[in-house]
Design a protein around this ligand. Structure first.
Ligand code: ATP
Ligand code: MG
Length: 558
């Protein structure tokens, strides 16, 4: 085995799979699944699970199903199903011929429920939700048995059938597994298998008014599909005995459940309930707001599928919960963008620079490389003229000693163009600089000379008559706290929203190649950061999202 392979096979899940293969448990088959409930958009935490499940299938030449765990009609919708498909496929994964739906197995689940009843392993219970909770007991005290626990098989079969037919109201009865009310594991204290909900399902419509509970349905979905390794997050560890119990009682194909630690990220919330609240209460502009940790939001912000996959690789999988620094996600992004982003020039806070010794009306087309990291990206021609915009802070009237940009009498390089020297400047009544006057050195065409002259500062610029007005949207964390989730003492997580998470700059000047951008293209604005064109762009009016700054704050921390 090469050292690279050793590293690759080192995560604990692979060790379990390798052992199962050695033992011939699943005849060397590896079949995983990604099982979202279509009750919200996918987020970066889901991406970790997607990369893990699809990644394992790829590595072991197995299969990974995309399965919608659509057993709760009250919260699910077709919009979510569609968004999930779109996001998984954007991440670069292929779920084969068809996506699976738990709702397709409703008839099968019902048969299994009947089987449990016939075996004396399940009963219909009339206690309501509150009573069931009360009877369940606590970690310290055993639960009490339901007064309905000893109903005969015949009575249970009849009641279950009547539940299915819709003879009872929502919540009036439930079907429960008959396990052990004294079990130290609360999940084993006669958990609910089916509940009544008179609600329209987005696929089965009004065919059913009883719906299976997650713990009952999930293992059966895995079993029906022939999943071998059912990978879920740590909070399901205590549910595993129940997962196993159903499969064993029913005597069906028995996948192995394996738990791993879910992803948490600093300055980020990753619970669907919270993300829905952000969208519904308009704290953000929608599911794809570039500040959202959703895949749709990350895409709009400028993340690439490759950067998300490489992040998932970097963080790996483990058995203990921890929180990943958001800066690490940005690091993965920067590494990828550095390779693929086109370098262009955009001035964010423009001030006019007039080259007094350059002929009026003259335009020179200068060659600018598109990406010094990748020669294949070629070059483009950019116009240069007598009047250009530079950044306001690239000029100082009265600079400190080590200031290498423009100042009266000082020389600076205009990237790809010329050395220019400041000979004069103008101010308005408020003392703001309105114009900077320079001369240029024709021998420095292209932005360099071979006379050994030292010009330390280099500025980006845009030819004024050719400039395109661009809107830039700059983002900061959506939350002010590293852990924005509410605690018991401190109110709602929305109290931690950062009021300055979005700054819009309307008056920016972009080089003309950016006039008619298509959305979702990654750029590096020289000296300013990585930016991505937004779908709000219109012809001649480009809009860009700041994806990430150039400066890394994570590699240093390592
Ligand atoms: P909720 O936020 O309501 O608890 P969920 O995020 O668990 O919901 P599911 O649709 O059930 O929603 O998730 C699909 C899969 O993604 C599950 O297998 C789940 O374990 C995994 N998953 C969800 N969140 C994370 C996370 N933060 N890190 C890793 N995996 C996750
Ligand atoms: Mg879940």
């Amino acid at each position: 085995m090469s050292s690279e392979e050793t590293v690759k096979s080192s995560n604990f899940i692979k060790k379990i799979i390798d052992k199962d293969n050695e033992d011939g448990l699943y005849s060397n088959k590896v079949h995983t699944r990604f099982p979202p409930e279509p009750n919200g958009y996918l987020h970066i935490g889901h991406a970790k699970s997607i990369c893990l499940n699809f990644g394992l299938a790829e590595e072991y030449r197995g299969k990974c199903n995309l399965r919608f765990d659509d057993t709760n009609p009250l919260k699910e919708s077709v919009e979510y199903v569609e968004s999930i498909k779109k996001d998984v496929s954007w991440l670069g994964y292929d779920w084969g011929e068809k996506a699976f739906f738990a709702s397709d197995y409703f008839p099968k689940f019902y048969e299994y429920a009947v089987q449990l009843v016939k075996q004396g392993d399940a009963y219909v219970c009339d206690l309501n939700g509150e009573q069931i909770r009360e009877y369940r007991g606590t970690l310290k005290e055993p639960g009490r048995e339901s007064p309905y626990r000893d109903r005969s098989v015949e009575e249970n079969l009849e009641l279950l059938e009547r539940m299915r037919k819709g003879e009872f109201g929502t919540g009036e009865k439930v079907l429960r597994a008959k396990i052990d009310m004294a079990s130290p594991n609360l999940n084993m204290r006669d958990p609910v298998i089916y509940r009544i909900a008179h609600a329209k399902h987005h696929r089965t419509e009004n065919e059913w008014c009883i719906y299976p509970m997650y713990d009952f349905a999930h293992g059966l979905e895995d079993s029906i599909e022939g999943v071998t390794h059912s990978i879920c997050t740590l909070e399901f560890e205590d549910h595993r005995p129940l997962y196993d119990w159903f499969l064993d009682k029913l005597g069906v194909f028995h996948p192995r459940q394996i738990e791993f630690a879910r992803l948490n990220l600093t300055y980020t919330v990753l619970s669907k309930r919270k993300l829905i609240k952000l969208v519904e209460e308009r704290f953000v502009s929608g599911w794809d707001d570039p500040r959202m940790p959703t895949i749709a939001g990350l895409k709009r912000r400028g993340f690439t599928p490759e950067s998300i996959r490489s992040f998932a690789d970097m963080i790996g999988v483990s058995k203990s919960n921890s929180t990943v620094d958001f800066a690490q996600l940005e690091y993965a992004l920067r590494e990828d963008l550095n390779k693929r982003a086109q370098r262009v020039m955009v001035v964010q806070d423009p001030v006019k620079l007039i080259i007094t010794d350059y002929p009026e009306g003259k335009v020179e087309w200068l060659t600018a490389e598109n990406n010094p990291e990748n020669e294949e990206d070629g070059s483009r021609e950019i116009p240069f003229s007598r009047e250009v915009y530079i950044e306001r802070d690239d000029f100082m009237e009265d600079p400190p000693r080590k200031y290498f940009r423009l100042a009266p009498g000082k020389e600076m390089r205009l990237k790809h163009a010329y050395y220019v020297k400041c000979v004069d400047y103008k101010k308005d009544a408020n003392g703001n600089i309105t114009e900077i006057h320079c001369t240029h050195d024709p021998a420095s065409r292209g932005g360099w000379t071979d006379d050994g002259r030292k010009v330390k500062g280099t500025a980006h610029w845009v030819s004024a008559p050719h400039a395109v007005d661009a809107e830039l949207r700059l983002y900061d964390h959506l939350f002010t706290k590293e852990n924005p989730n509410e605690t018991e003492e401190e109110g709602d997580f929305t109290d931690n929203i950062n009021p300055d998470s979005l700054t819009v700059l309307k008056n920016c000047k972009a080089e003309p190649s950016l006039a008619d951008v298509k959305p979702y293209l990654n750029y590096q604005f020289l000296r300013k950061g990585y930016y991505t064109s937004d779908p709000d762009s219109e012809p001649g009016k480009p809009v860009f999202n700041r994806t990430v700054s150039l400066k890394d704050s994570w590699a240093k921390k390592k």
